[in-house]
Design a binder for this molecule. Sequence first.
Ligand SMILES: [Zn+2]
Length: 157
Amino acid sequence: MEENGTILYGIDPLILRDHYEIDYRHSYAQDSPFFVGLSKGKLLGSRCTVCDYVFATPRAYCMQCGAATEWQELPLAGRIHTFTTCYYGGEAFLKETPFTLILVEFDGADTLFLSRLKNLVPDQVCIGLPVRARFAKTPAFKVTDVWFEPLDCAGSR
Ligand SMILES: [Zn+2]
């Protein structure tokens, strides 16, 4: 029999288990093209319409000069700028923990892109490693629709 309600595990500090579910409707507003792009196997950054600064993580407005930006498709391959191994994660990542977070640098982009690295054990990850984007076959329109693998990774689709 499944237990319902709040379960108290301790009082100092207060630790409890509680169950909740919620459905909600939300808009990605100006970020929508980025997530639609992921569903089509594209990485969309943004380029400043005045100073040409390119953001790998898209921005509606330039953080250098404040002007509006326009969408720009990024290369699907880049290099690891830096990385960290996560031994704890949210519910969506528990099955793949430990996992590696990477900042990817792309030719032609002035900022980095945060993502996950798959198909490489943490102690083999290194700065400068060439990586390529992979996309979920069934998009959920979330940032987890994209991840990276080593460029020469065998067994990729
Ligand atoms: Zn600018």
